[in-house]
Structures are given as structure tokens and as C-alpha cells.
Design a protein around this ligand. Structure first.
Ligand SMILES: [Ca+2]
Ligand SMILES: [Ca+2]
Ligand SMILES: [Ca+2]
Ligand SMILES: [Ca+2]
Length: 359
């Protein structure tokens, strides 16, 4: 308890110093509009790597039988190339959660609930035969459980849920003997939630676990930073410095978790919060808007794009869902405005000076 109080005192002190410097949160700015992939994911998990977006396509929303079994009740693995503007339907029936890193997309088969993975370059499929107790981050989260051909997952043991690592090259699993949940894998490190509810991280090569002593949920790790939710708002942990910092991204909503890549945090923020109008249309009635926070500069940037869930950021690409009804547009072209449609914004190659329009 004392540690939690100390954490928020530290956050408040940091917040005061940032405002005194005039860095944030006064400079909300807009970046280019989103592009749709024309597939619905029903406000669920999507993930990006390089130029590829992996998604769990929802047949019901698109009114399309993607796996050819005669109904429209399934979720099917697809991926979208943002350079070629092409979408591939693998025909593989999966659950809601996907994760991608490089050539490998990991998922759960809908029938067996075992973990499977798909190689984009060889278009081959493998069933690990492993049934995890949970996989990915579940509804509304972003996923980052694949890293360099390894997949982090949680399986039940007598002592509780334990972290495991599956190697897609050796095709075998390794126990970590670390209890935890909600893993996120990047490079050599897995961030997770400890049994006591703290954000922690495990370094694979050394077998060492560090408890940050900060209570939180839904961690996502990228290099030196772990971003996660606390009751106060989106927070990041700086591994090198060993400190947690509360960002100005506060007042989000329960369907969204934050993501991070190269020191840029992406999150979905409600206009109900202290920053008010985020898409520049003059009202505070929009459900939620995609925002970016740059840790290095302390700048908070609004994309101006209405989103409902996600997002996942990977280098210069941010993927998320937009509910058609929130913007009154038929994004997937099926004649209704009742779908959650996968979209993305690319900020790759854009200098920060480009984001010049204040709202
Ligand atoms: Ca529809
Ligand atoms: Ca079907
Ligand atoms: Ca607005
Ligand atoms: Ca529609």
C-alpha cells in the first residue's frame, strides 16, 4: 500500500514538473486520416508488424463466409499488406486474438483452442498442440506475444498460471517457472502481471524476474518501456531507470489498452476526460479518439481519428478498430453502419514538425 501511494506521489510530482515546463498537455495536434482494410474484427484484437496487419476477421460483421463452411458465424485469420493494399484470407478458423512479429502470426484454433502459428513467407500452418489457459490479451487488448519466432503463453500448473515460451524453430516449449498472467514479449523480455497484481518482467536469457512494485493491468513491452493501465490512467515503466510515470492519457475507456513502439504510446481516449474535444469537431460527444504520446518530448498528439478499440502500434503503423455508428459511415461497404472495422494510420517517415495543426 505504501508503495502504491509513493508511486502516485512520484507521478504527481512528475506531472507538476512537466506542466511547469509547458510541454504537455497543451499541444494536441492532428495527423493524417485512417485507411480501412475493409474487414471487420468486431472491436477485437488486431496486431501489426512491418507492413503487415494480422487480424481475426469476423464473418458476421462482413456477412461473408470466409472459411467456406456455409455459415457466417466464424472468425478467420487474415492479414493485410499496407504497401500492396492486398488482404489475404488464410481460411483458418480461429478465436479473437492474434499476434504477429516478422513472419509469424500466432493465434488459437477455434475448434481445439490449441495455439497455432502461420508463416507468411511460406504460407504454412503449424498446430503446437498446446492448450493455454489464456492466450493474447483477450477482448479489447492489443497483443504482443510473438517475438523473434518465440511465443509467450500462460498454462495452468498446480501452483497457478505459469509463463511458458514456445520456440517455432525448435518446435518445443520451455517452462519459466514464473507465475503470472497477461504476457507481452519483446526481444529477450516478457512483461506480465504478477500473482499479486503488479507489473513485472522476466528476462529469458538470464532467467531473472523483476517486480516493478507498481499495480497495473494489460502490459505491453517494447525495448526499454512497459506501458500498462492503472486506475489513474496509462502509465509507463522505464526499465533502465526503474521508475513508473503516469502519462496525460487519462480517462480512457474499458475496451481499450495502450500500446508502445519506439517510445511512442498509442491509446484510445474518451472525450469525457479532462482534455475534452479530441477530434476537432467542436464537441465532446465522440466516443473515443486515437491519441499518441511521445515519451521523449512529452507531446500528446491527437490523430483526430475516432476509434473504439485497440490500438496496436508497430514502428510507424497504428492499427485499431472504428465502430461505423460512431462516425456514421459504412466503412466496409456492406450497406450498414453497425460494424467495427479494422483501420490503420501510418506515421512512418513523417517528421514531428508535420503534425502542425493544433486543436
Ligand atoms: Ca455489417
Ligand atoms: Ca463460415
Ligand atoms: Ca469531438
Ligand atoms: Ca458496414
Amino acid at each position: 500500500m505504501r508503495i502504491t501511494v509513493l508511486f502516485f506521489v512520484v507521478c504527481i510530482l512528475i506531472g507538476v514538473s512537466v506542466v511547469a515546463d509547458g510541454v504537455t498537455p497543451g499541444g494536441l495536434e492532428l495527423i493524417p486520416q485512417a485507411v480501412t482494410t475493409t474487414a471487420t474484427t468486431d472491436c477485437d484484437v488486431t496486431a501489426a508488424s512491418g507492413n503487415i496487419i494480422a487480424m481475426s476477421m469476423e464473418e458476421r460483421g462482413d456477412e461473408t463466409d470466409y472459411n467456406g463452411d456455409g455459415d457466417t458465424n466464424d472468425r478467420v485469420l487474415g492479414y493485410y499488406d499496407v504497401i500492396r493494399k492486398t488482404r489475404v484470407n488464410t481460411g483458418i478458423t480461429i478465436t479473437q486474438s492474434v499476434s504477429i512479429d516478422g513472419d509469424i502470426i500466432a493465434f488459437q484454433f477455434a475448434s481445439s483452442l490449441t495455439i497455432g502459428y502461420y508463416s507468411i513467407s511460406t504460407q504454412t500452418l503449424h498446430d503446437t498442440g498446446i492448450t493455454p489457459s489464456t492466450f493474447g490479451k483477450g477482448s479489447g487488448g492489443n497483443t504482443r506475444v510473438v517475438s523473434n519466432g518465440r511465443i509467450a503463453y500462460v498454462a495452468a500448473r498446480l501452483s497457478g498460471d505459469e509463463l511458458f515460451i514456445y520456440d517455432t524453430v525448435a518446435r518445443k516449449s520451455t517452462r519459466t517457472r514464473v507465475l503470472g498472467s497477461n504476457p507481452s514479449f519483446n526481444g529477450d523480455v516478457i512483461a506480465f502481471v504478477s500473482p499479486s497484481g503488479n507489473i513485472a518482467y522476466y528476462t529469458v536469457s538470464t532467467g531473472k524476474t523483476v517486480d516493478t512494485l507498481v499495480s497495473g493491468e494489460n502490459p505491453t513491452i517494447d525495448k526499454n518501456y512497459i506501458v500498462f493501465d492503472t486506475t489513474a490512467g496509462v502509465t509507463y515503466y522505464d526499465i533502465a531507470k526503474g521508475i513508473a510515470v503516469l502519462t496525460p492519457i487519462q480517462g480512457g475507456h474499458s475496451y481499450s489498452t495502450a500500446s508502445i513502439s519506439n517510445g511512442i504510446i498509442a491509446a484510445v481516449l474518451s472525450e469525457n476526460g479532462p482534455l475534452g474535444d479530441l477530434d476537432g469537431d467542436g464537441d465532446t460527444a465522440d466516443f473515443a479518439v486515437l491519441v499518441l504520446y511521445d515519451i521523449a518530448t512529452g507531446r500528446l498528439i491527437s490523430t483526430g481519428v475516432v476509434a473504439c478499440c485497440g490500438p496496436d502500434i508497430s514502428n510507424g503503423m497504428i492499427v485499431f478498430d472504428t465502430y461505423e455508428g460512431d462516425i456514421n459511415e459504412d466503412l466496409n461497404g456492406d450497406g450498414d453502419t453497425g460494424d467495427c472495422v479494422q483501420r490503420y494510420v501510418s506515421i512512418d517517415g513523417l517528421a514531428y514538425s508535420y503534425f502542425g495543426r493544433s486543436i
